[in-house]
Design a protein around this ligand. Sequence first.
Ligand SMILES: [Zn+2]
Length: 520
Amino acid sequence: MKKYLLVLISGLIFTSLTGQENRKSETVQTITIEELRDHIYYLASDELEGRLPGTPGIEKAMEYAVTQFRQAGLIPFHLSSDSRLSYYQDLTVNKYLPHPDNQIKIIRNTGERTFTFEDNYIIGYDNNFEIREIAGGLAFIGYGIREPAYGIDEYKNIDVKGKWVVTLPYTEELPEYIRKKIPQGLLQKYQKSSLARLLNKLQNAFDAGAIGLIEVSTSSYTTDRWKRIALSNRVHYNIPGLSNLDFGEKCPLVKLDSAMTDYLFNQEKYNPVRNKGSYKSFLFENAEFRLKKEYEILPIKTANVVALIEGSDPNLKNEYIALTAHIDHLGIDGNEIFNGADDDASGCASVFEISEALAKSKLRRSVICILFTGEEFGLLGSYYFTENPPVTLKNIIADVNIDMIGRPDTVPNEFSSVGADRINPKLKEIINAVNKKTSDFILDTVNHNNDFMRGDQYTFHLKRIPSVMFTSLEHDDYHTPADDPEKIDYEFLQKSCQLIYEIILELANGDINLIDQGFN
Ligand SMILES: [Zn+2]
């Protein structure tokens, strides 16, 4: 992820903050570089095999977490089915493995042709695993853009109800005639943030009544690249009994290779891939696109780790701050181990050190520390937690989530604090004020590539709980076997943890009210 905009935040000081200017709390001294390093070197060691849910590696990581919490004096906070308090909130994640004989038929009155899964197409999203066949006609809708305020509506006069919407890929630079019409700020949404743009496309297709979105290829992939894309999209996950988490993926997405793209267009009025320029939307003359998808379901048993620091105020202790990170990562591929030192051993180590300091501090409100499983499968551990919380959700007043916080990029002294203004902007004000009082970070609050919906704080946000993600953002080793402990900047990490500790201290002790103000 590349940065494209920096916002320098100047903090405000609020009267609810106690103590002297530029003074750190004393217990913050227990957050040490040595301990942070020890935690990360263990969690991201080869012995833990990339901490994939359902493997012994993540079990060891969870045992380590429980030991840390217990030693720091945190108590177990999940009420298990036999009415005992446990550090483990057990859950099952379903893995959906596509059948190798899944296929797509394109049927015309001149004949039909069958394309095989992963040779010719990939399923990018599947919003409903129960539906085994989706069939309908097709409509070509250019880039799938609807910005009527600027005179662009590629859906205009085309009825796509019950049809597949065929679009050009979002990786493509938009053509001149569209770029000219859209103002610069909005254009960034389409050009810089591929995820936002894709979600927008899916939403438009869904709103227009389409049964699915197809993205064609405008140039051919190398076999190697296509295989990698196929592999990273092959398997899907969800929690049994819960609908898919709402990321805004409203309908299925099918990506075609260039051979299938060619076949799809070759009997139509014109082939937009071959004739680039000013695209016009059109309905396909006579073609049915029939997708068959079946999955083998493999249940994976895993757990979140949940621990509590109880507040001391008789009333306020029933209000909770969630301090969270994710303990899972990507496991092993062949003989390469994805150690995930930054992603997110750095967050877990931070939670250990911050909670140790909090347990020694005077807190009016309580703090729940949670290390989630299944984040890399699509925030599934935190989704399960927010559907099965140990206390009523309205008593959780904020979630502070830490995801990838050990690799600052080129701007010194900067890290990201994303989403704190989305339910109640007071959370952001508190963060800025504490930063100004106790640290000197430049807090970047820009949601660069939809980062906010890519971390566990998002599931709290969906439940209208004010939440923030602290992160030092992506880097070249993101989701590669090279995300290793020796690349972490431990001084930066210590300083970040000390700030987050001070923020939680303020959230736990301040006279604050973070009610939902209806923002997004
Ligand atoms: Zn990750």
